[in-house]
Write a protein that binds this ligand. Structure first.
Ligand SMILES: [Fe+2]
Ligand SMILES: [Fe+2]
Length: 399
């Protein structure tokens, strides 16, 4: 099957070859599979059971590594190690037809984690977490699955529920960052960006956007990295820093995003055209040091400027990324993230948006200190949630 055994950096153990079904990864076969991003693979590690197989692709072979009945922490650990080994191109796959089952596992693990957080931390806002959960489901579909009708429907529903929820901006911002600090595996980049962008659009602009504008900004946040679905997995899933070549590939997600979204819009998908614009512009910087087109300043003032919605999303994007721990960087607290952003703010962000943003985040940090003291005082009166109850039902009861 493979002539290049001697050159392989990663060779399957003989015992694995005997245990697993191995399929040749020709083009037709590959179309039946869908790659799983490593952030989601984390969730499977916390599932009690699965009703689909997990495969990994190694060069020109697809290996059915875990069948439902064989699920064990040991096999998951081996799979994780293989997928994160530097310099080796190993992708985790599920069958496309099983993807809904995979998603179901992810969603129920996420809901369980959130439920646990709410039980343990009285400062968190339940509504924010409910909305975040729906945004996160949509976000994962966008980055891994590309844009189709189902994805657009979920994204639109999620952003509408975000705007309709009318959550207090400070409470939402504080809950989001505290949730990420408490359980980093709940972090979802585009969901966080959508939420922070909506917060900025509601409360941090000289002229706040109306409901339609807030909903479009949230959509732009959710779709801003849509182009990552076109970036090869070995770059996208790389745990460490990018080489200069890999960084060049990664930068293209801006252009891919615009192309993907424009194609979907032309095909009739109900996505606001500004989402395509924000996707290509979101790494542009206020003084022109960004990419891919070195736009600068405000579009309202000149043709080569950056759109208002992009200036909002790019602040949300950087803030959200700083809150997350990566292999090559530690997670920052909200305060540390804001302090770091202040240092680059003159180059990177529109001061009319960034100044009120950081002032509100600083106020939020104070607000959550108070909520923490109040929650500590009330702790003894927290109602325990029945394990079998649904997440939303349980959360309603708690209020
Ligand atoms: Fe990006
Ligand atoms: Fe991003």
């Amino acid at each position: 099957m493979s002539g290049g055994q001697a050159e392989r950096k990663f060779v399957l153990k003989e015992a694995t070859r005997k245990r697993c079904k191995i399929i040749e990864a020709d083009e037709k076969t590959l179309k039946r599979f869908k790659a799983v991003c490593l952030e989601l693979f984390h969730y499977v590690r916390e599932a009690e059971k699965i009703d689909f197989s997990l495969f990994f692709k190694l060069e020109n072979e697809i290996i059915e590594f875990i069948k439902p009945r064989e699920l064990s922490q040991e096999l998951l650990e081996n799979m994780w190690k293989a997928a994160t080994r530097p310099g080796v191109d190993v992708d985790v796959f599920v069958l496309k037809s099983d993807y809904p089952k995979f998603e179901h596992v992810i969603n129920s693990v996420r809901d369980k984690k959130i439920k646990k957080l709410v039980e343990n931390d009285g400062t968190l806002d339940v509504k924010t977490l409910e909305v975040y959960s729906t945004l996160s489901t949509a976000s994962q579909m966008i980055v891994r699955g590309g844009i189709n009708n189902e994805v657009v429907r979920r994204a639109t529903d999620a952003t509408s529920s975000l705007v309709a929820a009318q959550i207090d901006s400070d409470v939402a911002a504080g809950t989001l960052s505290r949730m990420i600090e408490s359980d980093a595996t709940l972090y979802d980049h585009s969901a966080s960006v959508a939420m922070i962008a909506a917060i900025i659009a509601t409360s941090h602009l000289p002229k706040p956007l109306d409901e339609k504008g807030r909903s479009v900004v949230a959509q732009c946040g959710l779709y801003h990295d849509a182009g990552k679905s076109c970036v090869p997995n070995h770059v996208l899933n790389k745990p460490g820093m990018f080489s200069p070549e890999e960084f060049e590939i990664m930068k293209k997600h801006t252009i891919y995003g615009e192309q993907e979204l424009s194609r979907a819009i032309q095909g009739g998908a109900p996505i606001d055209p500004l989402a395509a614009r924000v996707a290509v512009e979101h790494h542009e910087r206020f003084t022109g040091k960004g990419y891919p087109n070195q736009r600068k300043g405000r579009l309202e003032e000149h043709e080569n400027g950056i759109h208002l919605y992009t200036r909002i999303v790019s602040i949300a994007d950087v803030y959200s990324a700083l809150l997350m721990k990566r292999v090559y960087k530690e997670a920052l607290t909200s305060k540390e993230a804001i302090d770091l952003m202040k240092k680059v703010a003159d180059d990177d962000f529109d001061p009319e948006i960034f100044n009120p943003f950081y002032q509100r985040i600083e106020a939020t940090i104070e607000l959550f200190k108070q909520r923490e003291e109040e929650a500590a005082a009330k702790k003894s009166s927290v109602v325990m949630i029945d394990e079998n109850e649904s997440f939303s039902g349980a959360l309603k009861d708690r209020k």
